[in-house]
Design a protein around this ligand. Structure first.
Ligand SMILES: [Zn+2]
Length: 73
């Protein structure tokens, strides 16, 4: 099942859905893409991308694993 941005209709990545849930509403059923999110909440798109990386690095299960995080031991 694929979700689309409720503002511009663009297909969303799992990360975009996850960050929306993390930052806006955990139970959300419609979402904004990063671009529309940035406009709606007056934050730089780059900040949202950093948040995605941050949550992913923390191992948040909402986020798809990217390249494997550096790991010592
Ligand atoms: Zn959008």
């Amino acid at each position: 099942m694929e979700s689309c941005c409720r503002n511009c209709g663009r297909a969303l990545t799992p990360d975009e859905i996850a960050i929306y849930r993390r930052m806006v509403n955990r139970g959300a059923t419609d979402f904004l893409c990063i671009t529309c999110f940035a406009e709606a909440y007056h934050v730089p798109e780059k900040l949202i991308q950093e948040k995605i990386e941050h949550f992913r690095a923390m191992g948040c299960t909402l986020f798809s694993p990217g390249e494997s995080p550096p790991r010592d031991g």
